[in-house]
Design a protein around this ligand. Structure first.
Ligand SMILES: Cc1cc2nc3c(=O)[nH]c(=O)nc-3n(C[C@H](O)[C@H](O)[C@H](O)COP(=O)(O)O)c2cc1C
Length: 326
């Protein structure tokens, strides 16, 4: 069990991973409705937040009034991170997550994200300052190390525990791996096996089925799991995972009607929040996932990619429902 708001009584908590340009409030709501227990916001630059950038505030909006929102921030200045943390708390977030794992050059070159894996004293200092700056629980998400030659997962885990984080998420890859190879769950388990490590551990990396989710809990003893890429276009994965973790059988494949319904919900929520045109553009990256495995979908995908309004998109959904049986 993990003693964090929203999940204190959940035996096998399942998180939606933070993903830039994906885990906005529209997508988080869908995943939470499908069975994710907590969903993490897209990361927010602490520097932008303290400059009152409007975009940063939008990323902290809840998907519904009662959402137990986890907001993630990144940066490398203890002062700025502490100030940003207070702004996150004031915005109504329930949990604050610190990003020490982003491998992307534009972040790392400025000393943020995974760059902190090469400066553990600074990572610890940032965390200490943030924990002291807010009353809400602080968690952190990171990777195993910068490269496979300098793994620091256990050291990081103990350091951050010492300065007061309430849970640690470990993605089982190094920074230099980016997303290549496989997540190393044996290494994630090493943290759990360390007798000095007492706080909850959330494992992350390559969970793409209910069976894998069960394996992560059973074989690697994590307290929670976090799912990212596999949920893009397949939020039903959370339903399957939840059912199997509860010991129920669940192999239902979502019907075309259900896929269209969720796609529409995603589209309309994005439109309400941003605007119709942006929603139509942003949804283009999700269609392949939402209709994955449907024979004959390709020509409809082309039409969806060319559609420029809700009306046009919905007309294609109707065609898909009428012409493809499943
Ligand atoms: C498009 C995309 C955006 C991401 N953005 C973030 C982010 O903002 N913060 C973060 O901590 N990790 C981010 N990640 C990493 C994921 O949270 C996760 O750690 C990674 O994808 C591994 O999990 P998975 O195999 O379940 O996808 C991102 C990953 C992807 C694919």
């Amino acid at each position: 069990m993990i003693n964090l708001p929203g999940i204190t009584d959940i035996k096998f908590p399942v998180f939606l991973a933070p993903m830039e340009d994906v885990t906005d409030k529209a997508f988080r709501k869908i995943c939470l409705e499908m069975g994710a227990d907590l969903a993490v916001s897209e990361f927010i630059a602490s520097e932008a937040l303290v400059r009152n950038s409007e975009k940063s505030f939008l990323k902290m909006e809840k998907s519904y009034p009662d959402e137990t929102l986890v907001v993630q921030i990144f940066g490398n200045s203890p002062d700025v991170m502490a100030d940003a943390a207070q702004m996150v708390e004031e915005s109504g977030a329930a949990i604050l997550d610190l990003n020490f794992g982003c491998p992307v050059k534009k972040i790392v070159n400025k000393g943020g994200g995974a760059a902190l894996l090469r400066d553990l004293p600074l990572m610890k200092e940032i965390t200490r300052r943030v924990v002291n700056a807010v009353k809400i629980p602080v968690t952190a998400k990171t990777r195993l190390g910068w490269t496979s030659e300098d793994l620091v997962h256990e050291e990081v885990a103990l350091n951050l525990q010492e300065v007061g984080i309430q849970a640690l998420t470990m993605h089982g890859r190094t920074r230099s791996q980016l997303y290549a190879g496989e997540a190393d769950w044996e290494k994630i388990a090493e943290i759990k096996q360390n007798p000095d490590f007492q706080i909850p551990l959330i494992g992350n990396g390559d969970i793409n089925s209910a069976e894998k989710a069960v394996e992560c809990f059973e074989k690697y003893w994590v307290d929670g799991i976090m799912i990212g890429r596999a949920a893009i276009g397949d939020p039903w994965l959370f339903k399957r995972v939840r059912a199997v973790l509860n010991g129920e059988k669940f192999d239902e494949v979502p019907s075309i009607k259900e896929r269209s319904r969720v796609c529409k919900q995603h589209l309309i929520a994005t439109g309400d929040w941003k605007n119709e045109y942006i929603a139509v553009l942003e949804m283009r990256k999700f269609y392949s996932g939402y209709f994955k495995g449907i024979p004959g979908f390709k020509p409809f995908k082309i039409k969806l990619m060319e559609a420029n309004s809700f009306e046009e998109v919905f007309a294609v959904f109707d065609e898909v429902e009428n012409e493809l049986n499943m």
